[in-house]
Design a protein around this ligand. Sequence first.
Ligand code: APR
Ligand code: ZN
Length: 235
Amino acid sequence: RKGKTPEEVVKKYLQKVKSPPEEDCTICMEPLGGPSGYKGPGVGPVSKAESVGRLAQCGHQYHFQCLVAMYNNGNKDGSLQCPTCKTIYGVKTGNQPAGKMEYHVIPHSLPGHPDCKTIRIIYNIPPGIQGPEHPNPGKPFTARGFPRHCYLPDSEKGRKVLRLLLVAWDRRLIFSVGTSSTTGESDTVIWNEVHHKTEFGSNLTGHGFPDPGHLDNVLEELRAQGITEEDAVVE
Ligand code: APR
Ligand code: ZN
């Protein structure tokens, strides 16, 4: 069966708006009462009735064509994220390249977590060629510092974070391909928006322990990617 067209995906998350408010569409900055300012390719004609839509859950309104253009600029996974409030419609996925995620428990405690052992996660991603979902399709990407070792306390909350990270990995949300803010290198594998601790016994890099807020921060960052406790129940 053929997948949904971009127009069908966008429509699924929209409610009809009979009379658009006298506001600008924040995607194209043109009035919602007029046509979309989007001039690029790939968007077909729309009837007057569907020219403006309201996202069903958060209520933010945009030109239909602007939302379709935004969807087409992403990785077209059937999900949509409100550009204003970041509410996610459907299941958000990323463009993390192929690789491996493994973990095991090591019998040592992390600074700040004296009462439990430690979970070590090992990510391994080899270099490769960028796909259509990456910034420069067809061009190679590098992968520096792999395998990358990361640490979590083996506590109840640490294990919960691990379960959600496994979901994030499956949805290709842990890494991305782009420009490293640390090295400035482009077309390389970089951390996506979920922080990891890569230093074990100290905190010389700022990516170590102790850090009392770390697990809650990560849970918040996972939530921003659309991953919550419910996602980890049936896996
Ligand atoms: N450990 C954990 N997180 C890091 C690290 C690190 N050593 N360095 C940067 N980050 C975080 C940043 O705080 C930012 O939020 O990753 C995010 C993206 O930063 P980039 O520098 O763009 O990511 P990347 O190039 O993947 O990471 C640089 O991290 O794990 C190491 O070996 C890796 O040396 C490399 C460094
Ligand atoms: Zn618009």
